[in-house]
Design a protein around this ligand. Structure first.
Ligand SMILES: Nc1ncnc2c1ncn2[C@@H]1O[C@H](COP(=O)(O)OP(=O)(O)OP(=O)(O)O)[C@@H](O)[C@H]1O
Length: 683
């Protein structure tokens, strides 16, 4: 077994974890915006452009990360995964009858062992099951796989989850946070209570230096609509987020995809350095160059979910030669040769006598028979040896450090509920500040406020219908607007929520409350401005008490409508479906609200009782006019407001009941959103 945290770069100096140690003056065209890196920074992780990597950079030195490294031996045996495909309707073949449910084997008896210090690369054509296997090994496919997976001989558990770093193929990052913010928030959420805030922030700085991210530390990560850091830098930020917890087992899904070969080589050098530091590293790699291939210790090749090779990277050619497959003269990259074989392509191979013995012509003709041959050769030649190695390793001496905490001693969360809430709240406010305080949104509300203020300019009580119309508009506008804003909240954040919850970063409840509270300021500020402008421009009752009551009812309505939006978003997790349902719902609320139609047929009259706009409208009218208030109706005697048909029909009594119903809706919708969110969680 490799020694733990051996230093692969003995001449380099450990960096300080002082967050400010590399911020001396520096000219603007240097790669760090903050100045000359210290000697230690230069030595360990020089501030390099991707182009600078003609040769692999020195491996990183993560020994300054917190916590001792507990080496993990990863073993998996006969891992099999079947998926049930949804029934399909193929009119050509089945005359419109849906196919019965079909199952498909995605992984078929995959075995392997990876030890600390080793870098295993998983190769195979697209769809061969690499991601599925990696996800299963990361404990993220519970109940869907059979076979055994163990970590130092123990099954997957919460404490093991916290020792695994999992880097997904797509970098799930907040686009509006800088690299430093991304890593700092991750450190605050993932590092244990024992460390101070400063120490946690220091760890983020260490990761930034070690992964060569100094020059972009204050650059926004960016996304599809926002130019940010480069693809290679994004990948390093994703790896950095996992490195913060000093994982013993690092699983990476295609960390080099979409990167140029030099950047890919850089990433691989980092991974190799991490392995040499005593970690177990396993990665899927799509199309490695021969330069990259040389950096692997072990390879596993999958073909249609079945292994055709598992073992040393350097002995792969010998093995395939021994069963009759040799690359053609022009093929120098072993990875290309392996991928061809996994696809059943043998056109580039030359044959030897042994090849002849195995029925050359059939294999040439049929890719599938070639694959079958390779799979059966693996079962015959490699699997027994591998199985013996897995069994034998049960007796491997395990380093004292490598004993993972038992279930009873494992702590469920590394930080308290309150800490999680506060960090998530701050992070959410930072990430969403651009949208919350977007000029466009403010312009939208202000323009509607002024236009409606002008339309209802100093409306008089003698035009009672107009005034009541304004109050109805309050309830509808502040029903629609927050509802449609809230719908996007959870569907947009779902990938991040799944990723972070799968790493055990925080409780769902702390995330949920942070999101609720974080959205409040903007959700309440805009309606307050709106009501203030429109109320006085529209000539509603100038009493401060009535104004404050009107404002409070509108804000209450906003909270209820926001709750409904959150619930729809969380239940459907699809913005298109949720907005469609929301628009139908609001249209029903609008029509059944009691303003447009007074004589709704009794069999459908109940609709108004589920409409929060109806209750809000009733309350707004109720606080605006008193029971004995009169207005000039053009008759000899002034008329009573409560006798005005539209108000009479609405009935402005029992306002306490309306408040109670709105309160039930306020809590109920939010509870529904939380339950839907919890049920949609993979763990
Ligand atoms: N939940 C699922 N529903 C339907 N098909 C699935 C599901 N999960 C996996 N598959 C199928 O299983 C096969 C293996 O998928 P997987 O993502 O593991 O392949 P891969 O080797 O990682 O591919 P790539 O290199 O393109 O990412 C694919 O054909 C995929 O379509």
């Amino acid at each position: 077994m490799m020694p733990i945290e051996q230093d692969p770069t003995p001449n380099t100096k450990s960096p300080s974890i002082n967050p400010h140690h590399h911020t001396s003056n520096r000219s603007s065209d240097d790669c760090s915006p903050h100045g000359e890196p210290s000697a230690s920074t230069k030595a360990i992780s020089p501030c390099l452009e991707d182009d600078d990597f003609e040769s692999p950079p020195p491996p990183p030195h993560f020994s300054v990360l917190h916590g001792s490294l507990r080496p993990i031996i990863l073993k998996f045996e006969d891992v099999t995964c079947n998926i049930t495909l949804p029934p399909t309707t193929d009119s050509a073949c089945c005359l419109g009858n849906p196919d019965p449910k079909q199952t498909r084997i995605v992984l078929n008896g995959v075995s392997g062992i990876v030890r600390p210090g080793e870098l295993l690369a998983m190769l195979g054509p697209s769809g061969s099951g690499k991601t599925t296997l990696l996800t299963a090994l990361g404990g993220r496919l519970p109940g869907k796989v059979t076979g055994s997976v163990s970590y130092n001989g123990q099954p997957f558990s919460g404490s093991i989850k916290r020792k695994i770093g999992f880097v997904t193929q797509d970098d799930v990052l907040y686009p509006h946070l800088t690299v430093l913010e991304t890593l700092t928030y991750a450190a605050l959420l993932r590092l244990p209570k024992g460390l101070t805030r400063q120490e946690k922030m220091g760890q983020a700085e260490v990761v930034i230096m070690e992964l060569g991210l100094v020059r972009c530390r204050n650059t926004m990560v960016g996304g599809p609509l926002l130019r940010g850091i480069s693809g290679g830098e994004r990948k390093r930020v994703s790896i950095g987020q996992e490195m913060l917890v000093n994982p013993s087992l690092l699983l990476l899904d295609e960390p080099t995809s979409g990167l140029d070969s030099t950047t890919a080589q850089r990433i691989l050098a980092i991974l190799r350095g991490l392995a040499r530091g005593g970690r177990t590293v396993m990665a899927t790699i799509h199309q490695p160059s021969s330069r990259l291939y040389r950096m692997f210790d072990k390879v596993m090749v999958l073909s249609d979910g079945s292994p055709i090779y598992t073992g040393s990277a350097t002995r792969v050619m010998d093995y395939f030669n021994s069963i009759g497959f040799k690359p053609g003269f022009n093929l120098v990259n072993p990875a290309d040769f392996l991928l061809d074989l996994a696809n059943g392509i043998v056109a580039d191979t030359t044959q030897d006598d042994q090849h002849e013995l195995h029925g050359r012509s059939e294999r040439h003709d049929h890719a599938s028979s070639t694959k079958q041959f390779l799979i059966s050769s693996y079962r015959k030649n490699l699997y027994p040896v591998l199985k013996a190695e897995i069994q034998q390793s049960l007796h491997d001496p395990i380093h004292p450090n490598s004993r993972l905490p038992s279930r009873s001693s494992e702590r469920q969360w590394t930080t308290t509920w309150w800490e999680q809430f506060m960090v998530l709240l701050r992070r959410g406010l930072k990430e969403r500040r651009h949208e919350s305080y977007s000029g466009l949104r403010i312009f939208q509300v202000l323009s509607v406020a002024f236009i409606s203020g002008l339309l209802w300019w100093h409306s008089d009580i003698s035009h009672l219908q107009d005034q009541v119309g304004l109050l109805f508009f309050f309830s509808i506008f502040w029903g629609f607007f927050p509802l449609f804003n809230a719908i996007f909240a959870f569907p947009q954040e779902r990938p991040m929520l799944i990723r972070e919850r799968a790493s055990g970063m925080y409780r769902l409840s702390s995330y949920y409350f942070a999101r609720m509270v974080g959205d409040l300021p903007m959700e309440l500020v805009l309606p307050t401005i709106f009501v203030t402008i429109t109320y006085y421009m529209g000539g509603l009752k100038p009493s401060p008490v009535t104004f404050l009551l009107t404002l409070s009812i509108t804000l209450y309505n906003v909270l209820v409508s926001q709750g409904l939006g959150l619930a729809l978003g969380a239940m459907l997790m699809d913005v298109k479906q949720a907005t469609t349902l929301a628009s139908v719902t609001m249209l029903v609320f609008l029509l059944a609200g009691g303003y447009y139609i007074q004589h709704i047929p009794p069999f459908i009259n109940w609709l108004k009782y589920i409409s929060f706009s109806h209750y809000c409208y009733k309350l707004l009218v109720g606080v605006q006019y008193s029971e004995n208030e009169v207005y000039d109706c053009g008759l000899e005697m002034p008329c009573k407001v409560v006798d005005y048909p539209i108000i009479k029909h609405l009935g402005i009594h029992d306002l306490g009941f309306d408040v109670a119903v709105l309160t039930i809706m306020l809590v109920g919708y939010r509870l529904l959103a939380y339950v839907a969110l919890r049920m949609g969680q993979p763990h």
